[in-house]
Design a protein around this ligand. Structure first.
Ligand SMILES: Nc1ncnc2c1ncn2[C@@H]1O[C@H](COP(=O)(O)OP(=O)(O)OP(=O)(O)O)[C@@H](O)[C@H]1O
Ligand SMILES: [Mg+2]
Length: 389
């Protein structure tokens, strides 16, 4: 049983505020991913959890214990790093067990038995007598994971553990981590700057920027209901299009188009202006957000209705499974993810439709979401687990 609570957690380095007041509870057995751009404070947050950095302010709790000032070795967490941090002159087995004996918490028999089990779980029996120089990147990372799991920690803290691996191995190890977590059910905090990795691994995902939490939700809710422009543009690839519009009479209006906003959508709850003014004559500025995959060439999706407009193709990028069409209308530039093998040239005029269920409005000043046209907001799903002994 390990629940981790961060309360108003803050870390300053000289004049840099790396972590700027974080409140977050990580549930027992949860796989939580922290994602954000370089320098946003992900590693610092993890290092605070591990006790490798001292908080400037705030509190870290593990279950009922206040561990804010507890030494790393007394926190019973295991950290896995990007660079594996293996000792080059030791075998896989020695790397895994190093320090366990001197810690005195385990007998020799216990250590052997745990190594056996870990070797089975991670399929590394062949590597135990090899030195790291004779292992591939993926094999080294498995040994590093083995070192973490033999300690049977209360929590795993993983800092970009897969980013030194090539793309194919990364995808394979991602699936293995998911399997490992299903088997061990150990509370895990996983840091990455890769939003695809975050979306595929996380039961919940924390999007961080400038030392702050921008949103904490399940991957699908982050994608469907981003609470602000930052999350909207960070999650999803290619990024969501953002176009300055005026909202009037339930319609997003631009020089080059008018897109009706379904009135039954979700008010994103930002205090202030009514997201879609009902009364005619009321109008306000907003930023319209539409993902490239939610724009269509009208000929491909005739069922999306007649709310279409004309745009000009600037360039096209074949992605294999789709064609990314960069286009413009008036002063607005945006991207459409179209069917592959669509014949288009620069300068072509195209008729564009958008999915009325997938429109977003953001406040032009604060970037807070004001409205999502989808209605079915689901709260993050937690997987119910049987209690462990
Ligand atoms: N020991 C340190 N001394 C001074 N500044 C630091 C120190 N460690 C981190 N920082 C600063 O704190 C901020 C957050 O750093 P952190 O390493 O947590 O970012 P990150 O999100 O892990 O980034 P990346 O994706 O590049 O690993 C950065 O501005 C960084 O320069
Ligand atoms: Mg980092």
């Amino acid at each position: 049983m390990t629940t981790i609570q961060l309360q108003n957690l803050r870390k300053e380095f000289d004049d840099v505020v790396a972590v700027d007041g974080i409140d977050l509870t990580i549930e027992d057995g949860e796989f939580l991913v922290i994602v954000g751009p370089s320098g946003c404070g992900k590693s610092t947050t993890l290092r605070l959890l591990a006790g490798l950095e001292q908080a400037t302010a705030g509190r870290i709790g593990m279950d009922d214990r206040d561990v804010t000032s507890t030494e790393p070795k007394n926190r019973n967490v295991a950290m896995v790093f990007q660079n594996y941090a293996l000792y080059p002159h030791m075998t896989g087995r020695r790397n895994i067990t190093f320090g366990m004996k001197s810690a005195g918490a385990f007998t020799d028999d216990e250590i052997d038995q745990r190594v056996e089990e870990a070797a089975k779980t991670l399929d590394i029996a062949d590597l135990l007598d090899r030195k790291p120089e004779a292992m591939s990147g993926g094999e080294r990372q498995r040994i590093a994971l083995g070192r973490a799991i033999v300690r049977d920690p209360d929590a795993f803290l993983m800092d970009e553990p897969l980013s030194n691996l090539d793309a194919k191995l990364r995808i394979q190890m991602r699936a293995e981590l998911t399997r490992l977590h299903a088997e061990l059910e150990t509370t895990t905090v996983y840091v990455t700057h890769d939003q695809t990795e975050a979306m595929t691994l996380g039961e919940r995902v924390v999007v961080m920027n400038d030392g702050r939490l921008m949103q904490v939700d399940s991957p699908q809710v982050l994608y469907d209901f981003p609470e602000n422009r930052f999350v909207a543009e960070f999650i999803g690839d290619p990024a969501m299009n953002m176009i300055d519009v005026t909202v009037e009479d339930g319609t997003a209006i631009h020089d080059g188009f008018e897109i009706p906003l379904p009135g039954a959508g979700t008010d994103a709850g930002t205090p202030g202006t009514d997201p879609i003014p009902e009364r005619s004559g009321d109008r306000h500025d907003a930023v319209l957000g539409v993902r490239p995959e939610d724009f269509y060439l009208a000929q491909e999706s005739p069922d999306l209705g007649d709310a279409t407009f004309t745009a000009t193709v600037d360039v096209t990028e074949p992605l294999g499974d789709s064609l990314l069409v960069h286009c413009s209308v008036g002063d607005a530039v945006f991207k459409i993810q179209a069917e592959p093998r669509t014949e288009l040239q620069s300068g072509d005029e195209i008729t564009v439709a958008s999915d009325p269920e997938r429109l977003h409005l953001f406040d032009p000043e604060t970037g807070e979401a004001r409205y999502h046209s989808a209605t079915a907001r689901r709260s993050p799903e937690r997987i119910e687990r049987a209690p462990r002994e």
